[in-house]
Ligand binder design. Structure first.
Ligand code: FES
Length: 106
């Protein structure tokens, strides 16, 4: 299964395996990664799954949808690499993906 590494707010990191097709948000929830709340359950309306996709992975993702971009406007500390992790699907091509959690979601 593809691996995803979360760079946690406390400076630690967590590497998890998750099946292709699962969202990065769901992989974080299933592995109790702190900083991802996912209050809306993945319907792209809450922004509590906000995280930063580290290079070079950020450039390998499809661009934000209009809905994702609109919801991200409600997040704190948005950066160019910001994504809603419920909208990022894990795939074999993204094996090794690195996701940094925002300090504002501590
Ligand atoms: Fe709510 Fe991603 S879980 S926007």
């Amino acid at each position: 299964m593809p691996r995803v590494t979360f760079l946690n707010i406390d400076g630690s990191s967590s590497t998890v395996e998750a099946p292709a097709g699962m969202s990065v948000m769901q992989a974080a929830i299933d592995n109790m990664i702190p900083g991802i709340l996912a209050d809306c359950g993945g319907s792209c309306t809450c922004a509590t799954c906000h995280a930063y996709i580290e290079a070079p992975w950020d450039a390998r993702l499809p661009p934000r949808s209009a809905d994702e971009a609109l919801t991200l406007e409600g997040a704190l500390d948005v950066e160019p690499a910001s994504r809603l992790t419920c909208q990022v699907k894990i795939s074999a091509e993204l094996d090794g993906l690195v996701v940094r959690l925002p300090a504002s979601q501590a």
